[in-house]
Design a protein around this ligand. Structure first.
Ligand code: DAS
Length: 358
């Protein structure tokens, strides 16, 4: 169909194009602002070939390339990216945790930021998510996301995980639920979730189940966290300048005290004991732990068994020994909470309260 090229028609067409462009601009302007903080990991990884789903280099792709590779994000939010680190997450240190937490806290205070996504390696993703859950005082959605395969691999999972993370971070219904993790279509609590397998995309699980799912850009919620977090936390990243030394010893048959004694000499402020079964402590290790406690070190009983929770005074006389139990927290999560709690108190009864509440 030819459109007459009269001045009137040209003006009409120009007007049409202008209103279409302004409609798009208005629609985009109405979209939430989401900031993606990139730290590295497999989601930024690259392999030599598409067949390399497990052999690759993590922390290679910069955040602007990650975002450019996902133009669909523009349908969800106005997304901007920052490269905070570019590391494999097994190399995270307490300093990385503090710097990332401070950046998240600063962005969360900005009126022009509606949600925050953190791309992260999967190895310690659960620790970072829990740390932010405990210390960032905001109701805005904060979503930590990773991937089990690099973007170069067949059936890579990073793009959809990132799309889901931005969807949740842009959603008002994700506010106030604590720090979240989106992996494999699920929305998990940053407190509850752990990496449970090292070679499948369905890697992140919680014994208490996901909070919901995100499917084709829509969130489906089924429960909300009951433990204290973010705005209901007594901890604040803005007040934490350093994290105390807290380490972990593993329980096993033929257990000895070499590790316990070494950590004592190294000056840890708390020692997480990842005990067998219900957080049991080998008879030959009890005296070393009691001696550490007497020297002022907090002893926190967790378990190497992934699920369930450690009962106080069940397998060990915690009252008598003045020990703390980690409740349902796995050793690596118990370490995060112990570090944060010790920035406020070294009282074992207060610590036990904190382990019940967070
Ligand atoms: N090395 C792992 C990490 O950076 C890769 C990954 O799974 O993200 O945590």
């Amino acid at each position: 169909m030819r459109i007459a090229s009269s001045p009137t028609a040209s003006r009409w067409l120009a007007g049409l194009l202008l209103s279409a462009a302004s409609a798009v601009a208005m629609a985009q302007a109405a979209k939430p602002n989401v900031v993606v903080l990139a730290t590295g990991g497999t989601i930024a990884g690259a392999g030599a070939s598409a067949a390399n789903s497990a052999t690759y280099a993590a922390a290679k792709v910069p955040v602007d390339k990650l975002l450019a590779g996902l133009p669909e994000l523009a349908n969800v939010a106005k997304v901007s990216g920052e490269q905070v680190f570019q590391i494999a997450s097994e190399s995270f240190t307490n300093e990385h945790l503090l710097r990332l937490g401070q950046r998240v806290s600063a962005l969360a205070k900005q009126a022009d930021v509606d949600g925050i996504v953190i791309t992260h390696g999967t190895d310690t993703l659960e620790e970072t998510a829990y740390f932010l859950n405990l210390t960032v005082r905001t109701n805005k959605p904060i979503v930590v996301v990773g991937s089990m395969r690099p973007g170069t691999a067949l059936s890579a999972d990073g793009a959809l995980n990132l799309y889901d993370a931005v969807t949740v971070a842009a959603s008002k219904d994700a506010a106030g639920k604590g720090v979240l993790v989106t992996m494999n279509d699920e929305i998990q609590s940053g407190r509850d979730v752990s990496k449970t397998i090292n070679i499948k995309t369905e890697a992140f699980k919680s014994q208490w189940g996901p909070l919901g799912m995100v499917v084709e850009g829509k969130n489906y919620w089924f429960r909300a966290p009951v433990k204290r977090h973010t705005t209901n936390s007594e901890f604040n990243i803005d007040d934490i300048k350093a994290l105390p030394a807290v380490d972990i010893v593993y329980g096993y048959g033929n257990m000895n005290t070499t590790g316990i004694d070494a950590y004592g000499k190294a000056g840890v402020k708390a020692l997480i004991h990842a005990g067998t079964g219900n957080g049991s402590v080998a008879a030959q290790a009890v005296d070393s732990l009691k001696a550490l406690r007497a020297s002022g070190v907090q002893i926190i009983r967790s378990a190497r068994v992934p699920d369930g929770f450690v009962l106080r005074n069940a397998e060990q006389p915690d009252d008598k020994y003045d020990w703390v139990v980690a409740h349902d927290l796995r050793p690596q999560k118990a370490r995060i909470l112990a570090m944060v709690a010790l920035t406020k108190t070294n009282d074992s009864k207060e610590l036990q309260r904190i382990f019940w509440e967070y």
